[in-house]
Structures are given as C-alpha cells and as structure tokens.
Design a protein around this ligand. Sequence first.
Ligand SMILES: [Mn+2]
Length: 299
Amino acid sequence: MRLVTRADMDGLTCAVIVTTCEQVDDTVLIHPQDITDKRFSVTANDILANLPYASGCGKWFDHHLLTASNELPPEHFEGRYGLAASAARNAYDYYLPQHPELQDYATLVAETDRLDAAQLTREDVLAPRGYILLGLTLDPRTGLGAYRDYFLLLLRELRAKRAIEAILARAEVAERVEHMRAQDARFRDATLAHSRLDGNVVVTDFRGLEPAPVGNRFLIYTLFPSANVSLRVHAGPRPDTVAVAIGHAIFNRTSRTNVGLLVSRYGGGGHRGAGTCLVPTARADELVAEMISTMKKEG
Ligand SMILES: [Mn+2]
C-alpha cells in the first residue's frame, strides 16, 4: 500500500500507526489543497490520512470539517472519519482492537491530540518540550526545508520506539530546535511590528516580508491576550495567491466563528477552531476585510 498524508505532527503520528498495521511500501507527503483541487490521483492502493477524502482511495482517516470544498465520502468506506482531536486518534482507535501493540504509542497520540487541537499551556508555547517540541519542528510554517527526509527520519525513530529525549537529541532534530530558537526574537519583533488589533481579531500581515518571518504560530496569543481569534496573511505558494490562516485564540476560547466553515467559503478548509485558504492576490485586501468583519460580527 501507499500512504498519503501531510507533513505535520498529525501526519507523522498517522504514519507511525498506519505503517505499524499495514504493509506500506511508499509514503507520499502532499498538501490538502492537492486533493481539493484534484491535482493528485488516488487509487485503491492508497491510504489517505489527515487529508480530505478522495474517491477511489483504499482507506481514509481524517478529522477535518467536511464542507462545500470537499468531496463527500460514501456512506460506507474503509477507515475512520470523525471530529476527533487528531486524525491520528481516529487511526489509533480504528486499528487498536486488532493491534494492541499500538498502546506503546498512547502518549505520542495523546500529545498529537494536544498539538493538533491546540490544547496547549502557556508553558507549551513559551518553552515547548517533548513531543510538542518535536511537532513544532515539523510545522511547515517554520519554513525549514528538506521536508520529506526529515519526516521519514522521525518516522523511523518513532517506529524504533526510541525515547523522545533521545529523538530530540539527534543532530537533525537539535539543529531545527536551535534554528527555531535563534529565530524566536526576530519572529516576535516582526509579529509585534506587523500586527494590529481590530476588535476581537488580531491581524498579522506578513505580505512583502522576504523571507517571511517564521516561528511558533501560537506566540501571537501571548502577545495579544485580549483577541479571541487571529488572522495571518502571507505570500502564497504562487505569486497570484495570498495565504490566509485563521485560528481561535488558545487561551481565550470565546470566538463564536466556525473557522473551517468561514474559510470554506473562500475555497479553504480546516476545523471549527482553525483553518487556511488561498485567495487571489488582486482581491486579497477585499476578501480579508470581509473575513475580519464576519469574525467581528460573530464575536
Ligand atoms: Mn490533523
């Protein structure tokens, strides 16, 4: 079988579980939009994890909101879908009855839940440790290339059941942690300089900053504690698109906006608490203003 997933912590933990329970001979990392835009072809040999449903796949594990942007799965499919904290949780629950050895990964799955659902403490944000720290090194938003090799390295280490401290001590991992820490100050300064509070929404605009500052995406909530939702704009993957990322504040969970639903109206996807979309550069200002006004109205 071929495993198709995305290169974040949830995708990694899905890969640990699926490769433990299935004969997987290839792992492919893609962006969810590759599925939504039908740029990626899928066969019955594919197991899709932490990605939208694509007809014809062999198995499917996901936990993102199903919206108008998504192809709907048939009533009966192999795998598991549900609004769990992570896609890995769905895969774990699906395989556990036949594979009790998965219990060795209970902590990994629980920490993946916390990171993917942003159930984090201030300590996790300001001084992350353990699996949360490992997960932050995988965040594509930290912009630390050579992605696939790094993902596969962590997959091998976790499958070998090495202690998290031993994994964090590996040169490839330690190097990324160092890089993240070195960028912290720059990221913090850029975030403060390019963010403004608009009612309950904190808006960060990184367009035109080259290279875009990268760092912990949860830092914003410690800098603007009164906001209950954040919207960040930065250059998209192509010059004609701009990326918009929206998330509920994690220490002030009062936003009433269903973010996944909101971004789906702009072709994106996500959860109730967080989501992303790509909008045409020429209309970005207008569409972003519309999203902000919706989130202010909803409170
Ligand atoms: Mn996920």
